[in-house]
Design a protein around this ligand. Structure first.
Ligand SMILES: Nc1ncnc2c1ncn2[C@@H]1O[C@H](COP(=O)(O)OP(=O)(O)O)[C@@H](O)[C@H]1O
Ligand SMILES: O=C(O)C1=C[C@@H](OP(=O)(O)O)[C@@H](O)[C@H](O)C1
Ligand SMILES: [Mg+2]
Length: 173
């Protein structure tokens, strides 16, 4: 089958749910952030600090293009959809699943997190404006939208699997 690209804002649960979904469906699992860290030999924080976001985005797009287009569940980073080329690539080559969580839920999940350079500094307005800017892009790129609020990652993975099996594409949220 075509690969599954999991999209959504930071903290939506892409890395967690994609791993569970891959296990449940017997597919390979990849995470663009992990691949970037391995390729660069340093953390995402350090890439942003030492090389800048533009270099990070270039690595992210390159990695997206070389990951398997079949039989894999791929967790993307929350900013991958900012590039139109990446949006077109994912729509053309795979099934795109948007994991939705409200901004309140995201800020709660990530309040102790120090690994996401774009959310450091307790600036809730900045996070909310990035979220609002990206939301239409997640929606327009998605084949399936999965609501994550009030659900455990296992339940979300299982809902997605059933949705895919029933070919119930086209949910909105
Ligand atoms: N459905 C969920 N409900 C509550 N917390 C979650 C859920 N899914 C993931 N988390 C938690 O939110 C944080 C971010 O999850 P992660 O999978 O890294 O998200 P992403 O890859 O989308 O940034 C982690 O601490 C994770 O344990
Ligand atoms: O939204 C973004 O721009 C980013 C999201 C992060 O991944 P997660 O969405 O897995 O947190 C990571 O790629 C980087 O910190 C930038
Ligand atoms: Mg992630």
């Amino acid at each position: 089958m075509k690969s599954i690209y999991m999209t959504g804002f930071m903290g939506a649960g892409k890395s967690t749910v994609s791993r569970l979904l891959a296990e449940e469906m017997g597919l390979a699992h990849h995470d663009t952030d992990e691949e970037i860290v391995n390729a660069a030999g340093k953390s995402i924080n350090r890439i942003f600090e030492e090389d800048g976001e533009i270099v990070f985005r270039k690595l992210e797009s390159e990695i997206l293009h070389v990951l398997p287009k079949e039989n894999a569940v791929i967790a993307t980073g929350g900013g991958i959809i900012v590039s139109e080329e990446n949006r077109i690539f994912m729509r053309r080559n795979g099934i795109v699943i948007f994991l939705y969580a409200s901004i309140e839920e995201i800020l709660e999940r990530l309040k102790e997190d120090t690994t996401r350079p774009l959310l450091q500094g307790d600036n809730k307005e900045k996070a909310a404006s990035l979220y609002e800017m990206r939301l239409p892009l997640y929606r327009e790129t998605a084949d399936i939208c999965a609501e994550t609020g009030g659900k455990q990652a296992e339940e979300i993975a299982s809902d997605i699997k059933h949705c895919l099996k029933g070919a119930g594409l086209g949910h909105t949220c």
